[in-house]
Design a protein around this ligand. Sequence first.
Ligand SMILES: Nc1ncnc2c1ncn2[C@@H]1O[C@H](COP(=O)(O)OP(=O)(O)OP(=O)(O)O)[C@@H](O)[C@H]1O
Ligand SMILES: [Mg+2]
Length: 257
Amino acid sequence: MIVLSVCSLKGGVGKTSVTLGLAAAALRRGIATLVVDLDPQADATSGLDVTARRPHDLAAVLATPKRKVVDGAVAPSGWAGDHPGQLDVLVGSGSSALRDDPEVTGRALQVLSTALRKAPEHDLVLLDCPPSLGALTRSAWACSDAALVVSDAGRFSVAAVDRTLRELAAQDGAARPLGVVVNRYLPRSPEQRFRHDELRELVGELLLPPVPERAAIQQAQGAGVPLHALRGAAARELCATFDDLLGRVLAVSPAGR
Ligand SMILES: Nc1ncnc2c1ncn2[C@@H]1O[C@H](COP(=O)(O)OP(=O)(O)OP(=O)(O)O)[C@@H](O)[C@H]1O
Ligand SMILES: [Mg+2]
């Protein structure tokens, strides 16, 4: 099992969109995947078309990390149709904001890890993090094999990548960085090219191939379907980008937590 945090300390750069793109690529490849929706906005839960009502959610799991509660918080994604277990979601809710203590340290960060050990077996676990540096993001880092940092090619986001990588390196036992992916990239914009070069200088080989800005991402999210269900050149280009990114994720060696 590989556990990946999809994170950034900057809001709105595309963490959830990248999580959904990876989930779509994993579904296409038949890799049993669990998406854990750590963000109180619960966008991943709605983007993955979860319709089943569950008695529990992520906040309940963090309060009581027992198998019964975890089972009651996992729902099938509507994307997986009649293939139970292929793509599941540990559903998020606004209540998890109460579990995002910015001061948390030590054993409290292991609760998510304990909960995931009780979750049904999957080959890949994707943790969609909130944009804050509190207990939720730190707990994700504590139980992940690798962290994928999402950014866009803007000045403030470059600064946020620097901050994110420093915090990751400073946290004891945190995931190692898999890389930095620039989302919504518009290579025709001189400003974005400049920021992309700046990021390459900052992170070197950690810089991964960018995800282009394409309306197809919003169409797929609006319809509650995986990108791979859309037709057209833009969707195909995005699918190829996420297929490649998934390949890099699957090459991560599990840290054996
Ligand atoms: N490559 C892209 N092309 C076009 N639109 C995109 C792309 N990536 C993301 N978006 C859009 O940008 C918005 C923000 O994306 P998203 O919600 O994935 O960011 P986020 O980092 O998860 O935000 P938050 O910090 O609030 O959790 C969404 O409306 C999404 O549809
Ligand atoms: Mg999000």
